[in-house]
Design a protein around this ligand. Sequence first.
Ligand code: SAH
Ligand code: SF4
Ligand code: F3S
Length: 471
Amino acid sequence: MPVRSVSSEELGDQRIFTQRVRAVTHVFDHKPLAFTHSYGCQQNVSDSEKLDGMLEQMGFGFTDSPEKADLVLYNTCAVRENAENRVFGNVGALKALKRRNPDMVIAVCGCMVQQEHIAARMKQRFPYVDLIFGTHVLHRFPEFLYSIYEKRNRIVCIPDMDGVVAEGLPVRRESRFRASVPIMYGCNNFCTFCIVPKVRGRERSRSADEIISEVKGLIDDGYKEILLLGQNVNSYGKGTDTDFPKLLKQLDELEGEFVISFMTSHPKDCSHELIDTIADSVHISHHLHLPVQSGSDRILKAMNRHYDTVKYLELVDYARSRIPDIQLTTDIIVGFPGETYDDLCMTLELMRRVKYDSAFTFIYSRREGTKAAEMDDPITDEEKGKWFRELLDIQGEIGEKAYEKYVGQTLRVLCEGRGRTDETLLTGKSRQNIIVDFPGDEDLLGKFVDIKITKALPWALVGELAERRKI
Ligand code: SAH
Ligand code: SF4
Ligand code: F3S
């Protein structure tokens, strides 16, 4: 299916709206300030960087406090109920601010409001929200904002469609060294628990030329870590003459010192070729995030994941044989409808066998409109909570020792900032995508340095400069 790209005329129209908003806000007695917040995954954060880019071009500055803002924008996530509850709570809290400052514009966008029942609820419950827009019309933000400033109307725009690809939007990046680059949008997998395909539309890939030229530009601008994004990067280029390993190989050939990482890789079409590509590369991170979801084949089938534990473990073994220092991480869901304690034990067994470096674990959350929402779910929340804690304990035990093997080794680390727990240390990430803290001067920020590892914590490594190398 051809990808529907937003035409240059449409983008040109948005640039005109951008200038018009600029003209409106220019007559304010101060520079307009925006407070924006992202509630979701890396793709959501990447969208927020584009929305911030558009705001910047519309003349906005940024503030960390909603109290000082002329515009509040929440970019929402629908993946679990607690993410949605947080948004409802935070939008509710804006009521008092809007009463004090009626000129403030409040906008809510993203995956959560792409669901009709949620958009309707939000519209009715929060009459002071000016703008609600879905995932497929992100690029029309300037048009919406101009209309609100001109007519003081309320806008709800959540077209239900397969989705588009919009190239060339401005981006205001959060980090000076790390840059996210979406390579594809949407998802066709329809895992029975998951709302993402419904709110993000069908799979569509960006052209390899666009991606390569963006990454090249970023490297030239001094970015050192490029994170390629897609709900399932292994589907990249499906139906065309390129695919994900090919794209990775082309990116790996670019000149410079940088690391390429990616997420997420669905086990059903993670290939040996992908693992070989990582093993043979110069720049690709030795980290594979391979969400298993469950260790029970019966549950994997009910989840519509299209792999079984035999195939999954074969991939893990192959990855470890080709890339011995690979960091393996995963996502696991506890309490999927119909899951029994025996199924849970199979998941625990698989975790012990794989020995993940870390695991992101979630209690199943019922999502309206998914297949799993129609399945019998007899286990109580209390019981699921107990299972969840059991799983956390097991991963805690495994994770405790996972990084010990690095003590004594020297790892090349991209220095990214001050330590989160210890301000006197610098922090960075190794080729395996592991956090490494070490003492050093600010001038190392954004540089690669060799660090001799002296201590392993469950979630990070600690070390010291092995040798000072200028790049
Ligand atoms: N596209 C990615 C996952 C995106 S969502 C992939 O397929 O790997 C990130 C994680 O959230 C999923 O891997 C899953 O573990 C979890 N998740 C998704 N829907 C969920 C739900 N309804 N309840 C609980 N966890 C869920
Ligand atoms: Fe959701 Fe499955 Fe698609 Fe991931 S692959 S986004 S879990 S439907
Ligand atoms: Fe991401 Fe949440 Fe949407 S996980 S794709 S922001 S539903």
